[in-house]
Write a protein that binds this ligand. Structure first.
Ligand SMILES: NC(=O)C1=CN([C@@H]2O[C@H](COP(=O)(O)OP(=O)(O)OC[C@H]3O[C@@H](n4cnc5c(N)ncnc54)[C@H](O)[C@@H]3O)[C@@H](O)[C@H]2O)C=CC1
Ligand SMILES: O=C(O)CCC(=O)C(=O)O
Length: 527
């Protein structure tokens, strides 16, 4: 039974879902990095929110880890490139807390406009400072949204309900979507110059770090108010403190900070600052949704092979997973055959899907084929990183889905081009799920993918089988199955010979010396 660790505070519904779906679960929030590293080796899955940092050190200590599930949106606490290298799928729940976070941003806008937190504190302290808390109306004010994705779009909708005029800066926002969302699409400088309120809703990336810098703040309108419910690091906190100090920025409401937990920060204690401790996603409804969703996704992956909302792998639905699985095995074995035969100078790979295979989601099949192909040549290649590894090594990958009559009910063909030529192999599924070779170099020949297979290219001449049998006898190698194919009588031929156990190295030399033999490869297949 797969085993998952929940290392942050998640709704208890997650435990129920894991248990109902056949996954063992331990709940241990608040572990230090060392404590987590000491136990993570036992687990197949790790479910987190934002407190757990999934670093290279944690991944190094997790040889069995297959999936990290983030109950939330931002995954900047997970080292995705390192997870990918190790074949660990990283999933998030991209929608579960979006409404709640957008509502927090709207709350922050209103809190700033009417100075609610400070007014509350003063009133409850027995002061009656009516004239100190003069507010600003938000009706008709310009709201600039930086990042108009899921959350930004919901903020735009709610702000329009409050009669704000909404503009947005997002390089990936199409004019059509901007019109549909009622957002005036502008460049960053225009937004900075015109907005009365600026709210941030981008991920933290190299492109967005310090997007609100000292320079950007200089371009803003005097009296602007700034809201950040996305990530600390988007706003330069020193520059913001300076701009608040001069009064150029009238107020800032921050849910997120450069260093969290933020127990000390240059902005704390300033009159016009509202701060919350990363509460954007903290409503009962959102936490229920993300916990439930992450548990469902992780359990479906670990139990059925379904992949949903992964950031480093193609999606596979729970319905598709059992159908795709045998094709992924077939692709891996065909790839492995070619990868063992031809390991040098790979230039391109073409994966053709014919018959029933042509209507399937090709991405997982292609990923598995590439993992099989590159595995014998490169270390640490897996389904999760195979496409990236191929691309990084300049190997062009193409997929062809044929819409034509096929001799087989279903067929996969893999063709590679390498420095000195090309190789091709095709396979089918027998009985719906058993991988079988049906062609090598366009020569019809049938074989399973046994643990040990001799692949011989020879000439179709009398004496070959006798010579091969004699050598096997001499070395004590038992032939389990024997399959022959030829292009034409007396011409190029192929033999696929299943043997019981590994081929002795010295026998390989003797086989290659046989006069009818062109090449011999001793192949091994994962069972
Ligand atoms: N405070 C909290 O508790 C929460 C914070 N978040 C944060 O909110 C962020 C946004 O979440 P979603 O809207 O769901 O993500 P999303 O991926 O739907 O939207 C992000 C948008 O940012 C845009 N973007 C990327 N680079 C940009 C750039 N350089 N300039 C302007 N726009 C850029 C993208 O095109 C995209 O439209 C998350 O990445 C997460 O860090 C999310 C949930 C809760
Ligand atoms: O889990 C949380 O409380 C934080 C949520 C968040 O920041 C996110 O989903 O990106």
């Amino acid at each position: 039974m797969p085993k998952v660790l929940i290392s942050d505070k998640l709704s208890p519904r997650a435990v129920d879902i894991f248990t109902e779906r056949g996954v063992d679960v331990d709940v241990k929030p608040g572990l230090s990095p060392d404590e987590l590293a000491a136990i993570i080796g036992e687990y197949d899955g790790l479910a987190i929110r934002s407190a757990t940092k999934v670093t290279r050190d944690i991944l190094d200590a997790a040889p069995n880890l297959k999936v990290v599930g983030r109950a939330g949106i931002g995954v900047d606490n997970v080292d995705i490139p390192e997870a990918t290298k190790r074949g660990v799928v990283v999933m998030n729940t991209p929608f579960g807390n979006a409404v709640t976070t957008a509502e927090h941003a709207i709350t922050m806008i209103l809190s700033l406009a009417r100075q609610i937190p400070a007014a509350n504190e003063s009133t409850q302290a027995g002061k009656w400072e009516k004239s100190r808390f003069m507010g600003t109306e938000i009706t008709g004010k310009r709201l600039g949204i930086i990042g108009c994705g899921n959350i930004g779009a919901i903020v735009a909708d709610r702000a329009q309900g409050l009669k704000m005029r909404v503009m947005g800066y997002d390089p990936y926002l199409t004019p059509e979507n901007a019109t549909r969302l009622g957002i005036e699409k502008v460049e960053l400088d225009e937004l900075l110059a015109q907005a009365d309120f600026i709210t941030l809703h981008t991920p933290l990336t190299d492109g967005t770090r310090n997007i609100i810098s000292a320079d950007a703040l200089n371009k803003t309108k005097k009296g602007v108010r700034i809201v950040n419910c996305a990530r600390g690091g988007l706003v330069d906190e020193m520059a913001l403190a300076a701009a608040l100090g001069t009064g150029h920025v009238a107020g800032a409401a921050l849910d997120v900070f450069e260093n969290e937990p933020a127990t000390d920060n240059i902005l704390f204690g300033m009159d016009n600052v509202v701060a919350t401790p990363h509460l954007g996603a903290s409503t009962t409804e959102a936490q229920e949704k993300v916990a439930l969703q992450v548990a469902e996704q992780m359990a479906d992956f670990l139990v059925k092979g379904a992949v949903t909302n992964a950031l480093n792998m193609a999606s596979v639905s729970a319905e598709e997973a059992p159908i795709l699985k045998p094709y992924m095995v077939l692709g891996r074995q065909l790839g492995s055959f070619l990868g063992q035969v031809e390991s040098e100078g790979l230039q391109s790979v073409s994966i053709e899907l014919d018959g029933k295979a042509a209507v399937l989601n090709p991405e997982p099949i292609v990923a598995s084929t590439l993992a099989g192909l590159l595995g014998p040549v490169m270390e640490s290649v897996n389904m999760v990183n195979a496409a990236a590894v191929a691309s990084a090594n300049g190997i062009a990958v193409s997929t062809v889905r044929h819409d034509r009559q096929c001799d087989y009910e279903t067929l996969l063909r893999v063709t590679i081009k390498h420095a000195s030529g090309s190789r091709t192999i095709a396979g089918t599924l027998v009985g719906g799920d058993k991988a079988r070779i049906v062609e090598v170099q366009h020569i019809a020949v049938e074989s399973d993918f046994p643990a040990h297979l001799l692949y011989l290219r020879n000439y179709d001449k009398p004496g070959f089988i006798g010579d091969l049998g004699t050598l096997c006898g001499k070395y004590g190698v038992n032939i389990a199955t024997f399959h022959l194919g030829r292009r034409d009588v007396g011409g190029e031929a192929v033999a696929l010979v299943e043997i019981d156990g590994e081929l002795p190295d010295s026998m390989l030399g003797d086989l290659r010396a046989l006069k009818q033999v062109v090449r011999v490869d001793a192949l091994q297949f994962q069972q």
